[in-house]
Design a protein around this ligand. Structure first.
Ligand SMILES: Cc1cc2nc3c(=O)[nH]c(=O)nc-3n(C[C@H](O)[C@H](O)[C@H](O)COP(=O)(O)O)c2cc1C
Length: 415
């Protein structure tokens, strides 16, 4: 009798230890965007846009997993590889989303949430310190991503811009847009906010000023300068699927902080460095007086092994507490649910960007992008109520438990 109890106790202890170890190692469920089917190889996918009725397809979209499935079904393999893929072994691309599972909410109850809204405002200052307030119907914005004509040649960025207008969200437009940026400026609705993204390349100052002048005349009201692209990413999946051939180091990027400071001071639009990945650079950007800090690893398409933006946000909160009160922080990368967005906002992000979700929903046209953003916004209202706040601005770090993510924060000396 005694020995059986002892055997049971030992077995239970062994089971508990095994379960604990298993829990530590268990990869969090990644959802369909990272499962074996969507990781597939060229040739696994459907014929481009044939036999799909957009309205029927969109009617079946409840979250971004549905959007991914549609895109996978309709895009040519090379286009799917280009958009869905990341760099290297796509560790950073997966990690961007995976890390959210290590952060949980701390909901509160008993509050009047009848008038919950997503209304958002963000204040950006230019190099002379002049402030502009931008308002939006949601803290979600469209991250600038190139060549929307690749996923939908019929409407390209025209569909994206019009969908952003319908939704009332801020849209970043990439330098490498399919549709000329001036033409997009001409279809923007009166109160719509478009921000222009620049790749500095060799940073030819005359060429940059020329672009900025076109953008400004076309009604773009801020500049996002991409700083995470010192070389083009090593995007094997894209190349394997027949995308652009490897260019290695060809796109040498000579951008320095001096160039960024010059751009901030030489013209009067606010300048946002896009692709900050450390607290050190976040502090430099604040001290130099940039309009905002944009945390991004380019959706895991540049340096594989780069930190997830949420990780950088935690690093900032540890080493430069209060920074998000001094300068607005924008974040993108792997934000594929309302909960992801709300966790980032609780940790200090003012706006949260979407890259692939915009491109993949655009496969079904302007209406596709509209449905995608409506789903996310509606879901955000639901989750905000569950958390106990009636506007994203009421969130703060006390609404999230980041204890399980603490081990992912850099803990050495700062450079
Ligand atoms: C197909 C594609 C093209 C992109 N092109 C650009 C670009 O031209 N300029 C840029 O700054 N970022 C570009 N990005 C990065 C996005 O701005 C954004 O950082 C990233 O997509 C966010 O991650 P997500 O796709 O997981 O939302 C691109 C991303 C994708 C997926």
């Amino acid at each position: 009798m005694f020995s059986r109890t002892l055997v049971n106790a030992v077995a239970l202890a062994a089971f508990t230890l095994r379960a604990a170890a298993q829990y530590q190692d268990m990869p969090p469920a990644m959802g369909p965007w990272f499962d074996i089917n969507t990781q597939g190889v060229a040739g696994d996918y459907g014929e481009a846009n044939t036999g799909v009725n957009a309205a029927d397809e969109i009617a079946g979209w409840y979250d971004l997993a549905d959007v991914w499935r549609t895109a996978q079904k309709v895009l040519e393999p090379s286009v799917w590889g280009r958009v869905a893929g990341g760099s290297g072994h796509e560790e950073s691309m997966r990690w961007n989303s995976k890390i959210f599972e290590y952060v949980t909410f701390r909901p509160r109850i008993g509050r009047d949430l009848a008038n919950a809204t997503l209304d958002t405002s963000i204040t950006l200052k230019n190099g002379a310190g002049v402030e502009t307030v931008f308002t939006a119907s949601s803290p979600i914005f469209f991250a600038p991503s190139g060549s929307h004509g690749r996923v939908n040649p019929d409407v390209a960025e025209n569909g994206t811009v019009r969908a952003a207008a319908t939704a009332g969200v801020i849209a970043g437009i990439a330098q490498y847009a399919t549709v000329p940026i001036a033409s997009l400026g001409s279809i923007k609705s009166e109160n719509q906010t478009l921000w222009y993204q620049i790749y500095p390349g060799e940073f030819d100052r005359d060429a940059v000023l020329e672009q900025v002048s076109v953008a400004k005349n076309a009604g773009y009201t801020a500049l996002m300068v991409t700083v995470d692209t010192a070389s083009e990413g090593w995007q094997s999946r894209d190349w394997r699927a027949g995308g652009d051939t490897p260019s290695g180091n060809a796109q040498d990027n000579k951008l320095t902080w001096d160039d960024l400071a010059w751009l901030k001071d030489v013209q009067d639009l606010p300048v946002i460095p896009k692709g900050i990945q450390s607290v050190e650079d976040a502090v430099i950007a604040r001290d130099m007086g940039f309009a905002a800090i944009y945390l991004s690893n380019h959706g895991g398409r540049q340096l594989d092994g780069a930190p997830a933006p949420l990780q950088v946000l935690l690093e900032i909160n540890k080493y430069a507490p209060g920074l998000s009160d001094e300068i607005p922080i924008l974040v993108d990368g792997g934000v594929y649910s309302a909960q992801h967005a709300l966790k980032l906002i609780a940790l200090g992000s003012k706006l949260v960007g979407l890259g692939r979700p915009v491109q993949f929903s655009l496969t079904m046209g302007q209406e596709g992008v509209e449905k995608m953003i409506k789903n996310l916004n509606d879901d955000m209202l639901v989750e905000m109520r569950q958390i106990g706040v009636s506007n994203p601005s009421q969130l703060n770090p006390k609404y999230v438990n980041t204890q399980r993510a603490a081990g992912f924060i850099y803990d050495g000396d700062l450079q």
